[in-house]
Design a protein around this ligand. Sequence first.
Ligand SMILES: Cc1cc2nc3c(=O)[nH]c(=O)nc-3n(C[C@H](O)[C@H](O)[C@H](O)COP(=O)(O)OP(=O)(O)OC[C@H]3O[C@@H](n4cnc5c(N)ncnc54)[C@H](O)[C@@H]3O)c2cc1C
Length: 422
Amino acid sequence: MENNFDVIVVGGGASGLAAAVEARRAGASVLVLEKNHMPGRKILSTGAGKCNFSNRKVGPANYHGAPAAFLKKTFTALPPKKITAFFEELGLLWTEGEDGKLFPRSMKAQDVVAVLVNELASGGAQLRALTEVLSVRPAADGFEVEAQKVPPQWDKKSARGEKTVLRCSKVVLAAGGPCYPQIGGTARGAELLRGLGHDVSPQRPVIVPLKVREDFVKEMDGVRLEAALRLSSQSGDSWEARGEILFTDYGLSGPAALDLSRAAAEALAEGPLQAEADLLPDMEADELQALLAARAERFAERPFSHFAAGLHNEKVMKVCAGLAGINWQALTGQAEQEALYSFGLTLKALPMEVTGTLGFAEAMVSAGGCDTAGVDPATFASRKVKGLYITGELLDVDGDSGGYNLHFAWTSGILAGRAAAR
Ligand SMILES: Cc1cc2nc3c(=O)[nH]c(=O)nc-3n(C[C@H](O)[C@H](O)[C@H](O)COP(=O)(O)OP(=O)(O)OC[C@H]3O[C@@H](n4cnc5c(N)ncnc54)[C@H](O)[C@@H]3O)c2cc1C
């Protein structure tokens, strides 16, 4: 087997595949090493299987970690529109959803993986799956990359296979972050980078579901609704997001909760956070109370369940009625006026206590990572190790939810792949 390449890409995820495509197009011999059984496994899980691969509104303000000046240089070197052009050239049709989110037109993440892998195969790049990189060492005229055959993640019985030392002129380190270890997330890339002399800050989960103390969320498990969510910390800071929330048996997920999770993850170090969800954000509090009062008269001789039917989601109504002390089966007319008022208040501000996050196991993105001062923003070349390129989530750059993280992965991968092939 050939063991000498112009460019070795460590990690066949979003940024690694984009880097490999560009390096191969520029004429380099390319090998991608991926420890999973297939490349692009995490891409398959993105956007709930639809892959929100970019956003029409991409700009430095959507990112955290790296200074805005770094991202400005990156987006000057590869303007955001070039990402859709890159995918169009690979054969992918795409479409725009809410808030500028871009998806494959088929709404299938596997199409995104397919066009990348097809391009690599027809271009003659090599891809070795179930191959984990153990070390990357600078050597005369390039690098020595030590790799080992590994069994698939679900196979707990088979032993690891033989080790090989591969040689190359350039290395693109595209090993991603530690989120979702069940589909390949690992801190191994950060360790490799530290070994190569880069400053790497601790990685932490950021776009991550929130745990809530109250058991009533279990009764609303699976309910998705448009809400305005507000979090307040012990020290008086507060954050608000409007959008879809998803109640789960442990707490809150969905775009609005995920958007607030970055701030929540940091503030939780001080202790639990107070949360309030406005479940009818389109309606003013007075307007709602007037509506409830009129309804109370109309349904006075009927059970409260009839009063609630058609007002909002039934599971939510039951929880809010319970919190206001209203008997769901009793006649509406028997409910105290105060209890009806409190029911309205609960709908406008469902109180909860956020006690934690689900951590790396369920986080979509990690913050922290390789200090961007150590890389060139236009080529993603290491300023510390000649011939090394660092891409994607390994870097201390994390985007908001909405396609920004994959956008950065493709952008850094393309720029690194091009530069590495030079
Ligand atoms: C559930 C989920 C949903 C998401 N949805 C979206 C979304 O809709 N839009 C969006 O923009 N972002 C989304 N993200 C975030 C996005 O997937 C990541 O930011 C992006 O994939 C990072 O790209 P990357 O190339 O840095 O890393 P990855 O895509 O994670 O690729 C890294 C690859 O390197 C491999 N690897 C690691 N170490 C080694 C090693 N030592 N040897 C060999 N191989 C190795 C891994 O197995 C992996 O395949 C989501 C993430 C998750 C977990």
